[in-house]
Write a protein that binds this ligand. Structure first.
Ligand code: HEC
Ligand code: HEC
Ligand code: HEC
Ligand code: HEC
Ligand code: HEC
Ligand code: HEC
Length: 313
């Protein structure tokens, strides 16, 4: 999460590739990096339009999208880099098969309120007194984004220094510790960027289009009940560590609640029943990966359930 926003001029994804292109009918999209500034050009065979990319959103682990300025207004590149394709394709949900002109083919105008929102989730401190000011922002989801502005980088890197300087209790109190939230508040905390249950209800997104709203899917699971810290996001994900893709790592999380022997019955401590089918790699079957076509890859469904063929997502 830490590197999810950077100036396009420093984006490795763009510097490491020289052949980024995408064709839609007569329109050919290319991103070329000459020197520092990556340039997005679109040609329709007769004319072409070019722009210097300004901001790169996304680590590139899945994909990366670009914003640039024209006449003081922000635009979002119509094409995004996808790591699964190792190339460009339409930006998710922004496909425009028959644009009216080159400008529309090239990019979507993004009003400043929306731009501020992008920076709000992908950086910290870029919105100053209601205006976008990136000069002092920490780009990416940095320590401050979750622990508040009280967290001084260098000191925090060596957390023990806080304790040495202020004593254990005081040192800890100086930063906001999201680990102390109730289970629901904790999920909402991650949901402030990942989408809360309320966000999904208000937007009315249904079916697979909310698979990436993990808080909503998770809280809709039978496992969630009325909230339990064994099922908060941080029970399975340490935000300070890379995402684990080994299903076995998650087994202990499930078995914190589910009994594991066929003879055992659910108890107050372990309210979950035993699986009649398997004893390990639970997430492979109960949190299946669902393909999102626009993203050219699949995502773990956080609606934990028995998956029945033909049942709706
Ligand atoms: C300030 C916004 C913000 C908050 C708060 C936030 N995230 Fe994220 N998170 C992001 C963004 C943006 C990405 C996408 C990174 C990318 O691929 O560019 C991300 C990615 C992730 C990933 C995928 C990482 C990977 O390597 O694929 C996990 C897991 C995750 N977040 C968990 C959490 C958890 C758990 C919390 C709460 C403790 C949380 N996030 C809070 C913004 C946030
Ligand atoms: C409400 C917070 C929020 C806003 C607003 C937001 N993002 Fe994100 N963005 C995220 C999170 C969270 C992820 C990681 C999602 C995941 O891995 O499930 C992400 C991931 C991404 C990625 C990586 C590819 C991917 O889909 O994982 C790109 C690119 C991206 N966002 C671009 C943008 C752009 C451009 C804007 C503004 C037009 C924007 N985002 C607005 C929270 C936000
Ligand atoms: C995506 C949100 C997120 C980001 C980014 C993040 N943290 Fe955390 N951090 C948390 C959460 C949530 C906890 C509580 C974990 C728990 O209780 O299991 C935590 C706990 C901690 C703790 C332990 C606090 C205590 O009292 O035990 C320290 C120290 C810490 N984080 C430092 C950092 C530093 C330094 C960075 C930047 C390199 C950082 N964190 C980035 C969410 C985040
Ligand atoms: C019971 C364990 C569990 C809990 C709780 C959980 N996750 Fe996950 N999460 C997983 C698994 C398993 C994966 C898939 C890892 C892989 O790629 O193999 C995953 C993947 C992700 C990813 C990467 C993109 C994707 O969807 O595949 C993000 C982002 C994420 N989780 C966010 C969250 C957030 C936010 C919460 C809290 C609402 C949460 N997770 C709660 C198990 C969990
Ligand atoms: C906080 C405790 C808790 C955690 C953690 C938990 N569960 Fe559950 N789970 C429950 C409870 C309670 C039920 C409902 C009672 C029952 O059916 O056993 C349930 C129900 C289920 C069901 C049946 C759902 C249905 O649609 O009938 C499955 C499957 C399941 N859990 C799998 C898992 C898997 C896999 C994990 C780990 C990824 C997990 N659970 C983590 C408590 C939990
Ligand atoms: C190979 C796929 C697979 C794996 C791996 C798996 N399960 Fe299941 N599980 C199923 C299927 C299929 C069912 C439905 C069985 C039925 O209803 O006949 C099920 C049912 C369940 C139920 C509902 C039981 C009930 O009485 O209603 C729970 C709870 C559950 N699994 C938990 C787990 C846990 C926890 C793990 C990991 C320790 C796990 N499962 C691993 C396929 C799997």
């Amino acid at each position: 999460m830490a590197h999810t926003l950077m100036p396009a001029a420093t984006a490795d994804v763009l510097h490491s590739r020289t052949d980024l292109s995408f064709r839609n009918g007569k329109y050919l999209y290319e991103i070329k990096t000459k020197g520092a500034a990556p340039e997005l050009t679109v040609t329709d065979g007769e004319h072409s339009i070019a722009a210097d990319l300004l901001w790169a959103f996304g680590t590139g682990k899945l994909g990366q999208s670009y914003l640039f300025l024209r006449d003081g207004k922000y635009l979002e590149s119509r094409v995004t880099y996808f790591s699964s394709l190792k190339n460009l394709d339409f930006t998710p949900t922004r496909a425009l098969p028959s644009p009216h002109d080159l400008a529309e083919a090239q990019a979507r105008p993004v009003d400043i309120v929306e731009v501020r929102r992008c920076f709000g989730c992908h950086s910290f401190g870029a919105n100053v007194a209601g205006r976008l000011d990136t000069s002092k922002a920490s780009l990416g989801v940095t320590c401050e984004a979750c622990h508040g502005p009280g967290l001084n980088h260098e000191l925090a890197m060596e957390f023990s220094q806080w304790e040495d300087r202020y004593g254990q209790e005081e040192g800890r109190k100086l930063i906001f510790n999201p680990g102390r939230l109730t289970p629901s508040d904790s999920v909402d905390f991650c949901g402030s960027c990942h989408g809360t249950w309320m966000d999904v209800k208000l937007a009315g997104t249904t079916g697979i289009s909310n698979v990436r709203m993990q808080p909503y899917r998770l809280m809709s699971s039978k496992c969630w009940g009325t909230g339990d810290k064994r099922l908060a996001c941080i029970a399975c994900h340490d935000p300070h560590q890379p995402l684990s893709t080994d299903a076995a790592v998650y087994d202990s999380k499930c078995l914190a609640c589910h009994v594991s022997s066929p003879a055992a019955r659910a108890t107050k401590d372990h309210p979950g029943a035993v699986c009649p089918v398997a004893t390990k790699e639970c997430t492979n079957c109960h949190m299946p990966k669902i393909e999102i076509p626009d993203m050219h890859t699949s995502f773990a469904d956080h609606l934990i359930r028995v998956v029945r063929p033909g049942a709706p997502d």
